[in-house]
Design a protein around this ligand. Structure first.
Ligand code: ARG
Ligand code: GLU
Length: 720
């Protein structure tokens, strides 16, 4: 272990030759700080991360399960993206109160809306705990036993550091494929209320058309407030809770951005695989991405058709569709980027050279082993991708099986969690439209039939196909017979199941329902025949990658290949830094790094849903009533791009200037650069941020929520 750490340290301290690539651990940022300062940063490592005093890290939170947010006032006010708060905004919306369409602004604290299940987590501290986690490890231990050991030691450590009742939550995360382990200790707050959101025509301006694209004009922000108990500690929602007082919140800068300016991002990037073997890339580029894209294209066409015909359906499926469309478009950019960068063959060359170098030494055969394991894994990965993108996307089947799971059977007595069932039922039917689900079933299961090899079709699937002849007929039968598309039938069932005398019969009804059976049969087969192989081979990969990762570091050092190593993203807090910069997506085109409201007006079109802005915004633009929120040309800036290395999870992350002041909110990447999860191209890879001045402009001019500007300390009106 000692040896590994020394190597890691040598490498992270190395001079940066690969401008702007990398997602760095805040607690080790001291190793990058001179590079950051050389590039323009004016603060110190302690300003970024410090466990003894308030530092910038205390103003950043993990928002929900996959976004970032930042504190902007002394009373717990928090900014994140509109798309991060989207499902909350959507849940509070109905045809009568359509906050998605009209926006929402709490004009007083009483009007702020609580959100069940939403949490935000502050990182208290992070720490290298490798020796503790690997205590008891002996060379030659199987990967399964090692995993068990890591689990056991992690659990003990987590218990030790999380005193109950304080809202503490801890995780132990593997870095560099388990060459290193870090403890992350969080304080988690669960009373988080919605304060404001612009209408979707601002917050989601450009919709799926502009998603992942530059030039961009999306006002992708929403505002929440964290509440705590009287002692500022985490507490469940209560009317008695008070606004949380943060250790640190961000100062907002309205000075604006210029090409070349230093920027850095603090946030929770989800997943990257920068050190992946060529076979892993080939699978993604040539097989996984194209198939998943194809399946989602079918589902999107079905959704779009129905959403275009009814406002109700449009509201019901807006959040679901955004989820489906998002990865769908990203994968398209990723495929294109990987192809353009010839990542597979570049990696193959590298692997060949590595392999020659490794011969006879510790890393001999590592590359070949990865290659062989990937080959063996491929059909199983393919089946897994298909199950995920077909079977698991059938809404009614997911609903049926989650109701089924609420039964408990002990001997002959059957009990049932009716309360939970009613809650699930309410949520499900609020946003369910059977024709979409049924048509999707027929479409995706047909693809399953065509593309998945016979040996990866469960017996059940083959029987049903034989019985019905086509997936449409199968869908007709399944959706015709299931009770789970009919709210009154489900409610009756819940009432029966809650009655001990009728429960056994209700149990039978649910478990023999075709929707439950569909999910159950597929999952049973998957868990029995597919998952064990996937798990075993992934463990093999993991083990080999651990060596390969270390090997790549040794190889680079001994062969003097300049390369900075940073741990792959794993939804832990990271710092990325770079600068504001345009790019050239293709010959003869250069994109400047900032967009303004002028572009919104150019795109504005009442006929096109994605580009139909509120009339009020048109009026404001026409009267040029911009307040102080303008750039040097007198326009209101909207978005900008920079070279910070980010990924999914970085949404909502604060983009800061050289002085650590908030200049924007990260919300996207340019789609030509989405291969940066696997390989970073400084020429093309750009993150997209919302300019903070547009946020302030919208709050001021569109919402008239002056009290929020005042709270954030941008009080131009007060001074007037
Ligand atoms: N592409 C951004 C991200 O990956 C934004 C997604 C939400 N926006 C949308 N139009 N679907 O999360
Ligand atoms: N929109 C992404 C998110 O939700 C960020 C874009 C990206 O993948 O970089 O985290």
């Amino acid at each position: 272990m000692k040896k590994v750490l020394t190597i890691l340290l040598t490498f992270v301290t190395g001079v940066s030759l690969f401008a702007d690539e990398g997602m760095w651990l805040p607690s080790l940022i001291g190793q990058r700080i001179s590079d950051m300062q050389e590039k323009g940063f004016r603060l110190t490592a302690e300003d970024i991360y410090n466990i003894n005093e308030a530092s910038l890290k205390d103003a950043v939170v993990l928002f929900g399960r996959g976004c970032t947010g930042e504190l902007v006032s002394s009373e717990g006010l928090l900014l994140t993206n509109h798309h991060c708060g989207y499902s909350q905004i959507q849940k509070h919306s109905s045809v009568e109160h359509d906050y998605l369409k009209d926006g929402f602004w709490a004009m007083s604290r009483e009007e702020e809306l609580p959100n069940k299940g939403l949490t935000v987590s502050f990182l208290e501290r992070m720490e290298d705990v490798t020796p503790i986690i690997l205590k008891g490890y002996e060379t030659g231990m199987t990967e399964a036993r090692r995993t068990e050991l890591v689990k056991k030691n992690s659990k003990a450590l987590i218990e030790e550091v999380t005193a109950p009742g304080k809202g503490l939550r801890a995780t132990v995360e593997a870095l560099y494929y388990g060459n290193q382990y870090f403890l992350f200790l969080y304080r988690e707050y669960s009373d988080v209320r919605l304060v404001g959101a612009p209408p979707s025509s601002v917050g989601k301006f450009g919709g799926e058309t502009d998603n992942w694209m530059w030039p961009r004009h999306t006002g992708d922000f929403s505002i929440f407030r964290i509440y705590a108990d009287k002692d500022n500690n985490p507490a469940q929602y209560s009317a008695d809770n008070v606004p949380y007082r943060p250790k640190r919140y961000l100062k907002i800068s309205t000075k604006g951005v210029r090409e070349g300016d230093f920027t850095f991002i603090y946030g929770f990037p989800g997943r990257t695989q920068e050190y992946i073997h060529s076979e892993g890339v080939r699978y993604i580029e040539e097989i996984s991405d194209p198939h998943k894209i194809g399946l989602r294209t079918l589902r999107l066409e079905i959704m779009n058709r129905h959403m275009g015909q009814s406002q109700k359906v449009r509201i019901q499926y807006s959040s679901k569709k955004a989820g489906v469309a998002n990865a769908w478009k990203k994968w398209q950019g990723e495929m294109k980027g990987l192809k353009k960068m010839k990542t597979v063959s570049v990696k193959q060359e590298y692997e060949k050279a590595f392999d020659r170098w490794a011969q006879g030494g510790e890393f001999d055969g590592v590359v070949g082993k990865l290659n062989a394991t990937y080959k063996e894994l491929e059909p199983y990965s393919f089946a897994t991708d298909y199950v995920n993108e077909t079977v698991r996307t059938i809404e009614v089947a997911n609903f049926a099986s989650s109701i089924a799971k609420l039964f408990k059977k002990e001997g002959k007595t059957v009990s049932f969690d009716a309360e939970k069932a009613s809650e699930l039922t309410g949520t499900f039917f609020k946003d369910y439209y059977q024709p979409i689900d049924q048509e999707s079933f027929a479409a995706v299961m047909d693809e399953y039939d065509i593309n998945v090899p016979e040996e990866f079709k469960p017996e059940y699937f083959r029987k049903e196909m034989k019985k019905y002849g086509s997936t449409e007929k199968w869908a007709d039968a399944l959706f015709g017979k299931t009770i789970f598309t009919d709210r009154s039938k489900v409610e009756k069932l819940i009432a029966d199941a809650a009655d001990p005398k009728k429960a056994p019969k209700a149990f039978k009804t649910v478990y023999s329902d075709p929707a439950t059976v569909f999910n159950g049969e597929f999952m049973e087969w998957y868990v029995k025949d597919i998952r064990p192989v996937v798990t075993r081979l992934n463990a093999d990969l993991q083990l080999t990658y651990r060596d390969y990762m270390r090997g790549q570091m040794v190889y680079s050092r001994t062969q003097r290949i300049a390369k900075d190593f940073y741990p792959d993203a794993n939804l832990t807090l990271r710092v990325a830094y770079g600068h504001i910069k345009g790019y050239s997506p293709c010959d003869a085109v250069y994109y400047r790094p900032s967009s303004t409201m002028k572009g919104i007006i150019q795109k504005d079109n009442p006929e096109i849903f994605d580009y139909n802005i509120p009339q009020r915004l048109r009026d404001i633009y026409a009267s040029r009533d911009f307040g102080p929120w303008t750039d040097e040309s007198g326009e209101v800036p909207v978005c900008f791009i920079a070279t910070n290395h980010t990924t999914g999870g970085n949404s909502g992350s604060p983009v800061m200037n050289a002085d650590g002041e908030l200049i924007g909110l990260n919300f996207d990447r340019v789609w030509e650069g989405t291969m940066s999860d696997l390989v970073f191209d400084p020429e093309i890879c750009r993150n997209i941020a919302l300019d903070i001045r547009y946020v302030l402009f919208i709050i001021d001019k569109l919402a008239g929520a002056d009290h929020l500007l005042e709270e954030m300390g941008v009080t131009y009106k007060i001074q007037n």
